[in-house]
Design a protein around this ligand. Structure first.
Ligand code: PRP
Length: 215
C-alpha cells in the first residue's frame, strides 16, 4: 500500500487542520492521544502525519520528506519553496501588515527602518512603491522594535490586532491576506497523483475544476 506522508503545523492551527483532515476521511486516532510523539500512522487510511514547526512545513514538503503539508501563505511568500499549492483551506486567516506607532508619519526623505520576520515580503512590498528601506531581521516579538526606537515600522502578521493595540501600535497598511494552504511535493504529486488530488478535493470540498493553485 502507498502511504501519503503529511506534515502538519504544530500548534493551534495544526489541531484545527487535523480536524479538517479527519472530516475529509483521513482520521488517525493515535494523534488525538495526549503525548509528545511527532509521528502518527493510520494504515487503513494510508496516512502518516508529522508535527512540524509551522515555518518548517514547506521545507519538509519541498525536499520530499513529506508528500504534502499545510503551510501559511506568509511562509510560501517569504521562502518561495518549489512546491505546488493545491488548495486554500480557509483557516488560519490573518493579514500581513505594516504597523507603527499611532503618531508615526513617514518622512520619505529618510530611509525607512523596517523590523520583520519576513524580509522578502517587506522588500518586495517597498520596492514596488520605490521606498528606500533598511531591513532589521528579527525572530519574534517584532512589536517591540518601534517601541524601543529600533525601527520606524514593522511588517508582521495581524490576526485579532490585540498585540498591536496592547503595545500602542496600529496597522498602517495591509500588504496581503494570509490563510493556510494545502501544498504538495512536485515529485509526489506525479507519483501519488490520485491519492493527493483526492485529498486536496476532499479538503477544499470543491469539485476538481475549482481547485486553486499552480498545477
Ligand atoms: C504573531 C505576530 C503577532 C501576533 C498577532 O506572533 O507576530 O505578534 O501573532 O496576533 P494578534 O493580532 O491576534 O494579536 P506569534 O504568536 O507567531 O509570535 P512571534 O512572532 O512573537 O514569534
Amino acid at each position: 500500500m502507498e502511504w501519503v506522508n503529511i506534515a502538519l503545523p504544530k500548534g493551534r492551527l495544526g489541531e484545527k487542520v487535523y480536524q479538517m483532515f479527519k472530516q475529509a476521511g483521513y482520521a488517525c486516532p493515535a494523534i488525538e492521544e495526549e503525548n509528545r510523539k511527532l509521528v502518527f500512522e493510520n494504515p487503513e487510511a494510508g496516512v502518516r502525519y508529522f508535527w512540524v514547526k509551522p515555518s518548517d512545513v514547506a521545507i519538509y514538503v519541498e525536499r520530499g520528506a513529506a508528500d504534502v503539508g499545510v503551510a501559511g501563505k506568509d511562509i510560501l511568500l517569504e521562502y518561495v519553496p518549489d512546491v505546488y499549492e493545491l488548495a486554500d483551506l480557509g483557516v488560519g486567516k490573518c493579514r500581513m501588515c505594516v504597523a507603527g506607532k499611532k503618531d508615526f508619519r513617514d518622512d520619505r526623505s529618510r530611509t525607512l527602518r523596517v523590523a520583520t520576520k519576513f524580509p522578502r515580503i517587506a522588500r518586495n512590498y517597498y520596492s514596488a512603491v520605490s521606498r528606500d528601506i533598511d531591513i532589521i531581521k528579527l525572530n519574534g516579538s517584532i512589536e517591540l522594535a518601534p517601541l524601543l526606537g529600533l525601527s520606524d515600522v514593522i511588517v508582521d502578521i495581524v490576526e485579532t490586532g490585540r498585540t498591536l493595540i496592547e503595545n500602542g501600535l496600529e496597522p498602517k497598511e495591509t500588504i496581503v491576506d494570509i490563510s493556510a494552504r494545502f501544498i504538495s511535493n512536485k515529485v509526489s504529486y506525479k507519483f501519488k497523483n490520485d491519492a493527493i488530488r483526492r485529498m486536496a478535493q476532499c479538503l477544499a470540498g470543491l469539485p476538481e475544476t475549482n481547485q486553486g493553485g499552480s498545477v
